[in-house]
Each structure stands twice: as C-alpha cells, then as structure tokens.
Write a protein of this length. Sequence first.
Length: 105
Amino acid sequence: MRIGELSRRASVSRRSLRYYEEQGLLTPTRLPNGYRDYDERTVTIVRRIQILLSAGLGTSAVAEILPCAVDDTVVLAGKCPELLGRVFGRDQGVVLVSQSAIVVT
C-alpha cells in the first residue's frame, strides 16, 4: 500500500510516517517510480509506534522496543524484560503493553 492509504488506515499524517522512516521505525520498500510501498502489517506497527510515543517514549526508545512485539493483539510482552525495565526505569520491567494500556509490575 502507498503512504496515503497507510495514513488513512492508521489515522496518522503522511508527515509522521515520513518522520518514522527517517528515525528508522519504518522501512518501506521503494517502487521503481520512487513511491514508498508498505505491507499490511505496517498498520499495526504504526499503531504501536503511536501508543509508545503517546506514553512519553522517544523515538530511540521506540526503535529498541518494537522488536519485542509478539503479535497483532499485544503491543509488547515480557519478551524483552531487561530492555523494558531500562526504558521505563524499573527493575521489574513491563509485563504487558496492550492496545489501551501499559501495565508495569
């Protein structure tokens, strides 16, 4: 899908999507004409990015956390407890970040 469709489906501006690409959070393929091409799962990734940014994390922290995503229904799980503990400043780490909340133990 092209950037306009992703923008509509993820409810985020095209400018934000370009910024996420600049920050290394998204890596679209480029078509021969130079257009960005995103796959279906990018919608979920963009929503995860939005949740993490709205929780007050910077893009560098989001870039470290994104690989800890486990599926389309859970943003993060306890897969990377050391990283999550460091990012959130807690020894125990984050147990779960869902579509609507961050749960820290």
